[in-house]
Ligand binder design. Structure first.
Ligand code: ZN
Ligand code: ZN
Length: 379
């Protein structure tokens, strides 16, 4: 090789010797995109592209870069001159030939070339399908079953997924031998560069269907509406997603179906709110009930229960009903219910009722010590 005419790697990428790693990356991406032979059809584009890649391969590798900085080309290329070690290459490395696919994925981060080169006959898992379902507060608490309608890709029942009209055959593509890809070789500066491209004849499928199935038009698959009865465990919460194994779209070449992912929306309850496995409710009580104590009928998810509040219960007092909350999923244990009593101040009082309350107010120093204490602080 005409090594002696090689341009300095920094010069190739238009960089200074002290360029940072990100400078190198940026310069490389810009130039590689500019001179990629798929894009640039000028006569010297391929040679430039190769030169850019070679420079990048060395400068983007800290180890190779420091050898290059110290020894020049001889530090990174065993074939270069006699400089640093003659026949026994002390540094290893050098450049193999590289395919376009590899370079492309370095520049663009994977992308279509990676998937198009996959074996088209390999078993592939089907896509997951998402669905939503709305359940009541109680259904979420105690579990339920719902029939869910959704659409997914299914194997065609006329051709059983082959894509060929019944009674006809699917042929293996003679051009690519069923691989779906063909190897392209190109000559750059005396080096053979190889790359894989999708086969034109079978469009990358590896198969030829002369008589496509009339139902699926040769695809072997159809989008269909389906129904699935899904069991929701007791305790499931708003926003949670249930996975139904293989309830999704059909796979290819014997691969498994994807899953059905059902996201639950829990309708709000008129009385209760929920946080985790706890439920909360605010219960209005009368001034008299609060003052004298009372036996309350408290709502729970399973009907009313009796609960006695003591004399002199303050507004905002919260009491706990153990085990009256939401079950933990997959467990017999349950959260608790928290009831906060709120005193409803009486309105629309009659004259007599007002009289009674005024009497009560005369003794307020003893009946309402908290208020007295508060006022005393201001004296
Ligand atoms: Zn079909
Ligand atoms: Zn083919």
């Amino acid at each position: 090789m005409a090594n002696e005419n090689k341009r300095d790697y920094y010069e190739v990428l238009g960089l200074e010797k002290n360029a940072s790693e990100s400078d190198i990356k940026r310069a490389y991406r810009k130039l590689a995109a500019q001179y990629h032979p798929d894009v640039n059809h000028e006569a010297d584009a391929e040679a430039k592209f190769k030169e850019i890649n070679e420079a990048n391969e060395v400068l983007s590798d800290p180890d190779k870069r420091s050898r290059y900085d110290q020894f020049g080309f001889a530090g990174v290329d065993p074939n270069f001159g006699a400089g640093a070690g003659g026949a026994g290459n002390p540094f290893g490395g050098g450049f193999g030939d590289f395919g376009f696919g590899d370079i492309f994925s370095t520049i663009f981060g994977g992308g279509p070339s990676a998937s198009s080169r996959r074996n088209p006959n390999a078993p592939t898992r089907g896509e997951d399908v998402s669905a939503r379902v709305e359940v009541s507060f109680e259904e979420a608490a105690f579990g339920t079953q719902k029939e869910i309608s959704y659409s997914r890709i299914e194997s065609c029942d006329q051709c059983h997924g082959s894509g060929a009209e019944p009674g006809t055959q699917v042929q293996t593509c003679p051009t690519c031998g069923g691989r779906g890809t063909v190897r392209i070789q190109q000559n750059f500066m005396g080096m053979m560069m190889q790359s894989d491209a999708a086969c034109d004849q079978c469009r990358g499928t590896g198969k030829l269907i002369r008589n496509p199935c009339s139902r699926c038009k040769g695809k072997g698959k159809l989008r269909r509406n389906t129904r699935n009865t899904v069991k929701f465990p007791a305790g499931i919460d708003d926003g949670q997603t249930l996975r139904v194994r293989e309830g999704g779209s059909a796979g290819s070449n014997g691969g498994p179906s994807g899953d059905l992912m059902v996201t639950v929306r829990v309708r709000p309850h008129p009385v209760f709110t929920r946080q985790g496995q706890s439920i909360y409710c605010e219960m209005p009580i009368s001034f008299t009930q609060a003052a004298l104590g009372a036996e309350l009928e408290v709502p729970t998810l399973e009907g009313k229960v009796r609960y006695t509040i003591s004399e002199g219960t303050q507004t905002g007092t919260t009491f706990r009903l153990k085990g009256k909350g939401i079950p933990y999923v997959g467990s017999k244990n349950r959260g608790d219910e928290f009831v906060t009593v709120v005193v409803e101040t009486p309105t629309k009082l009659s004259r007599e009722q007002k009289e009674l309350l005024r009497k009560l107010e005369e003794d307020s120093a003893t009946t309402q010590p908290k208020r007295k204490k508060f006022l005393d602080r201001f004296k």
